[in-house]
Design a protein around this ligand. Structure first.
Ligand SMILES: *[C@@H]1O[C@H](CO)[C@@H](O)[C@H](O)[C@H]1NC(C)=O
Ligand SMILES: *[C@@H]1O[C@H](CO)[C@@H](O)[C@H](O)[C@H]1NC(C)=O
Ligand SMILES: *[C@@H]1O[C@H](CO)[C@@H](O)[C@H](O)[C@H]1NC(C)=O
Ligand SMILES: *[C@@H]1O[C@H](CO)[C@@H](O)[C@H](O)[C@H]1NC(C)=O
Ligand SMILES: *[C@@H]1O[C@H](CO)[C@@H](O)[C@H](O)[C@H]1NC(C)=O
Ligand SMILES: *[C@@H]1O[C@H](CO)[C@@H](O)[C@H](O)[C@H]1NC(C)=O
Length: 910
């Protein structure tokens, strides 16, 4: 039987029939259950006793339970009356086809098979599913149990041990809860700034409503909405729960239960069985879309500021970086380049087209890139061609009276393109294309897309006699707005905790009664605006550049990562914010947005030399590394302080050496969804201490970053899970036998601690000013074995593995294709004094054409220098040199092994 329904009628449940305190509804009872031919199960539910709190109950519900493939259980709950169409996230944003069986997850997973924890994903499990579904009939509730250990993972039936109510289903209010064991560690429900840390703190309410509020504000709903959580249970088993619903919601985490209170849509749950945290993210992204491939250059260091006054300021910044010998890959422009803040225009005085052209010619000649900002609001100006083109295409959002919705942003009065409109893409592409002929930008930054609005109103009009925006207060509302709600979409019966104070849904954004194409309500689609804009921008850029697009979006949803990178928004230059940044980046990675970063040195307020110093040391290891600051903040380019410049050269120097490793992580993210920056427990999930660590993080499987996050510190207390760890700057060791432990590491001002873990093989290149130059330098293979001298038992060989993906760096496709890319796997093992490193090439042609060469091999963990070094079974001869450095570090130099060919490097001292 495909799904097992187990009737569990417990005595305790009888008590929950009566409405308890705080219950909105009596719940539903099962009236029929049908097993369909396709193996899914459909249950029909009837309301037990209807109530009118938050509106009348939906009387009859349909619950569909299906396994969509081996890894995913889908529970979909909606109105039984299908003539009443409830809102669901459009298939255009998250395509959902029910194709059981073959999945790309499995075929790609064998590429990255080095970590034991991922093996379970691709391994044979026979035909049995990982979950069991069961339910109670009255009141209806369902439970999801892990088959392997019979642990209940999700249980929505109210019981005496947990004080939540029955499921509620109304027009504008849905409620459902699940009980949890106290010992569960829960992560997710972004986007918000988390002083509590990455692991959720019991007692908190997470409100999901895209809002333009600075991320410097903790514990309020920020720019994006991620209705997903990862649940870590004892023994390190992970599962994930995704509520595919874009309506506003409050999610309350009470330690022993979670309650969702949702403003509409349907209850559309996806359960991902893991059992490793990494495989949960892989399973989620298989549903919502794998992350976008990122251009190689986007891994370089980037400089931005709101308030670069003219082209010469940009020129100065670029040349100051060069003079300070600090790598700079991308120079950014915030709204400063615009003519009166209008998209796709240039300020004729400070950013004239001819000066921009010669500036960008130089930037591009030096192998650097330029990214600029666009906001969604299009100024309502008669002679502004972008606005006119949007009018003609009829793609602007309308208000509830049927007029174009008038909002206000930087340029003053604006209309907003509706990216659900079928003509929006060609409008957007055409504007981007025309502007690209004037300004040869390399990527686009889409900001203000929550949608941010400086006015709040159900309908707004332009006062005929006033200037808008006001010159003295450009962010003050200059429109005349009617804010009294007359329809239910502006004032739902349940009020989510917007901005921590139950603000109106329409505050700081457009009215929720506004409408998109085909009558789609902003009420339902609000949290998807940034997502829809990212799709259009990604597609437009791809068709204009004919290259792999780079888009950076502020507002994101689960699935946005397929189209865009993300940064954590307007943080502040404080010691708290530097710590919050790690949690923000991990939270994005958890929902398939791995290319994430935070404004290095802080956006709001003035940074300090010490803070900026520590922040570039950390930021050098963000997946997306950009320094950005506010117009009111003092300048904070890295060359402004000698101490910061020195740290930047050192930390970014290591980042640039690690580019082949980072780019391979971008590839892994693209084919599997794996986050680039990961919490420690992704790798060490059976070590419970790692569950609470968020002041350190990992890059992939092999690298641990342990930054200083407090003022005045010259050491850092860092946790090291069991095994051998080697400092990547000087190969000094931290070794834990038996179990992990904390170590106090020296961290003077110019130092960040970055370690590589035993079992890793990492490809490095040399430092350079740009990624293009770095790509021309020879390769070093770094092999980290467990430190041999510490081993008690020498009967088992030590292993290390790694991979490398390479391609042009900006082809539209990022895939293993003959002649276009190269993928290699490395395996090494050593036992006593003999050892071997093997390179196996899948598609070597690309690397051979480019003449890429491995020049050096560094082996860590060796007790003694290797003898009888052989390469492809030939005695190694001059100019190959093998030297034993201090700290068990062996260096084999003078090699010239083509990267695109298999090789075997072996040694034996016997
Ligand atoms: C650019 O702006 C700076 C700062 O306002 C000013 O000093 C400089 O003269 C300007 N340069 C040009 C070419 O306009
Ligand atoms: C466009 O119109 C605005 C006012 O609506 C005016 O200030 C501006 O000079 C006009 N620009 C052109 C190019 O006609
Ligand atoms: C503009 O007109 C409105 C009403 O017509 C009036 O209340 C307001 O004071 C006027 N504002 C200015 C700046 O003249
Ligand atoms: C920025 O600085 C001002 C003035 O010192 C202070 O009032 C404000 O709270 C600071 N903002 C943040 C986000 O730290
Ligand atoms: C390596 O760097 C660490 C951290 O800066 C330092 O504590 C240690 O002494 C260094 N070791 C060697 C051998 O230089
Ligand atoms: C490795 O050394 C151990 C003793 O240290 C010995 O028992 C074992 O047989 C050796 N293994 C091989 C393959 O030489």
């Amino acid at each position: 039987m495909f799904v097992r329904g187990v009737l569990v009628l417990l005595i305790c449940c009888i008590t929950s029939f009566a409405l308890g305190l705080g219950d909105v509804s009596s719940g539903y009872e099962l009236s029929a259950i049908i097993e369909r031919n396709d193996g899914s199960i459909v249950a029909i539910l009837d309301i037990i006793e209807s109530s009118n709190l938050y509106g009348p109950d939906t009387l009859q519900l349909q619950v569909t339970i299906s396994y969509e493939d081996q890894d995913r259980l889908h529970v979909h709950i909606t109105d039984y009356d299908s003539s009443y169409k409830r809102w669901e996230v459009p298939l255009e944003l998250i395509p959902r086809s029910k194709t059981p069986g073959s999945s790309p997850l499995k075929s790609h997973n064998t590429l990255f098979d080095d970590a034991s924890e991922t093996n379970s994903v691709g391994s044979e499990r026979g035909s049995s599913h990982q979950f069991q579904f069961s339910y109670t009939s009255k009141p209806f509730g369902f439970a999801i149990t892990r088959n392997s250990n019979k642990e209940v993972l999700f249980n929505s039936t109210p019981g005496s041990s947990h004080s939540f109510g029955s499921m509620v289903f109304k027009d504008q209010y849905l409620e459902i809860s699940t009980s949890l064991p106290k010992s569960a560690s829960i992560y997710g429900f972004g986007e918000s700034t988390r002083p509590d840390g990455f692991r959720l703190a019991p007692g908190r309410l997470y409100t999901l409503w895209a809002t333009d509020i600075a991320s410097a504000n903790p514990n309020v709903d920020l720019y994006g909405s991620y209705p997903f959580y990862l649940d870590m249970r004892s023994g390190g088993l992970a599962h994930g729960v995704f509520l595919l619903n874009s309506n506003g919601m409050d999610v309350s985490y009470q330690g022993i239960f979670i309650t969702y209170k949702v403003l509409g849509g349907v209850l559309d749950f996806y359960f991902f069985p893991g059992p490793s945290p990494l495989s949960v993210v892989q399973q989620l992204t298989q549903l919502v879309g794998r992350p976008a491939p990122m251009p190689y250059w986007s891994l370089g260091f980037q400089q931005s500021k709101y308030g670069y006054k003219n082209v010469s300021e940009l020129e100065d910044v670029v040349s100051n970086y060069a003079n300070a010998r600090i790598p700079l890959e991308v120079i950014w422009s915030d709204i400063d380049h615009m003519d009166k803040f209008k998209d796709f225009t240039l300020d004729p005085l400070n950013y004239p087209a001819d000066k921009m052209k010669s500036f960008l010619e130089k930037v591009h000649a030096d192998g650097q890139q330029f990214v600029l900002i666009i906001d969604p609001g299009i100024k309502t100006e008669n002679n502004y061609s972008t606005y006119q083109n949007g009018l003609e295409a009829g793609i602007y959002i309308k208000d509830s009276s049927g007029s174009l919705y008038l909002g206000q942003v930087w340029p003053g009065p604006v209309n907003f393109p509706d990216f659900f409109h079928p003509k929006a893409l060609s409008f957007w592409t055409s504007e981007i294309s025309k502007f690209h002929e004037t300004v040869a930008f390399d990527g686009l930054w889409i900001d203000m897309n929550e949608i941010s609005n400086f006015c709040s109103g159900i309908t707004c009009t332009l006062p005929p006699n006033a200037s808008c925006p006001r010159g003295d207060a450009p962010t003050q509302c200059c429109l005349i707005c009617d804010s009294s709600p007359t329809i239910k979409w502006d004032d739902p019966p349940y009020s989510i905790n917007k901005l921590g104070s139950h603000k109106d849904l329409g505050a700081l954004t457009i009215a929720t009664s506004a409408t998109h194409f085909n009558g789609i309500l902003e009420y339902n689609a609000h949290n998807l605006y940034g997502f829809s804009e990212a799709i259009a921008t990604n597609r437009a850029l791809q068709s204009v550049l004919k290259k792999r697009p780079f888009v950076l979006s502020r507002s994101t949803f689960v699935g946005s990562g397929k189209y865009t990178a993300h940064w954590t928004g307007d943080n502040a230059a404080t010691w708290n914010d530097i710590g919050y940044s790690i949690v923000g980046i991990l939270n994005a990675g958890l929902v398939g947005i791995p290319m994430a970063g935070a404004d290095i040195c802080g956006f709001v307020n003035d940074t300090t030399e010490e803070l900026c110093n520590r922040w570039i040391q950390l930021g050098a290891f963000y997946p997306f590394a950009r320094d950005h600051s506010d117009i009111h903040s003092k300048r904070q380019e890295l060359y402004l302080w000698e101490s910061v410049a020195q740290s930047a050269r050192k930390a970014l120097g290591l980042r640039y050496r690690l580019l082949p490793y980072l780019y391979t992580l971008v590839f892994e993210a693209h084919v599997l969804g794996s986050p680039i920056a990961r919490p420690l427990f992704f790798q060490f999930s059976s070590d419970p201490i790692t569950l609470g660590i968020d002041s350190q993080f990992m890059l992939g499987r092999g690298i641990l970053v342990s930054p200083v996050l407090s003022a005045g510190a010259t050491s850092v207390k860092a946790y090291f899970p069991k095994g051998s760890w080697y400092n990547l700057f000087n190969y000094s060791q931290v070794v834990n036998a038996g179990e992990g432990s904390y170590h106090v590491l020296s961290a003077p001002l110019d130092t960040i601690n970055v370690h590589v873990y035993e079992g890793s093989i990492i490809l490095l290149q040399e430092e350079a000013k740009t990624t293009a130059q770095a790509r021309k330098t020879p390769f070093t293979l770094l092999v980290a074995f467990p430190l041999q001298s510490t081993k008690a038992d020498n009967s088992e060989p030590d292993q290390a593995t790694g991979q490398l993906f390479l391609d042009n760096g900006d082809d539209v496709e990022m895939a293993i294709v003959a002649g276009k890319s190269t993928f290699l796997k490395y395996r090494a093992s050593t036992l006593n004094t003999s050892g071997v490193i093997r390179a196996s090439v899948m598609q070597g042609e690309f690397a051979l054409q480019k003449g890429l060469v491995l020049q050096k091999v560094v082996i860590l963990g060796m007790k003694a220098p290797p003898n009888n070094l052989k390469i492809n079974n030939q005695e190694a001869a001059s100019p190959i040199k093998c030297s034993y450095q201090a700290s068990s570090h062996v260096e084999i130099s003078g090699l010239s092994l083509p990267l695109g060919k298999d090789f075997i490097l072996s040694w034996n001292t016997m």
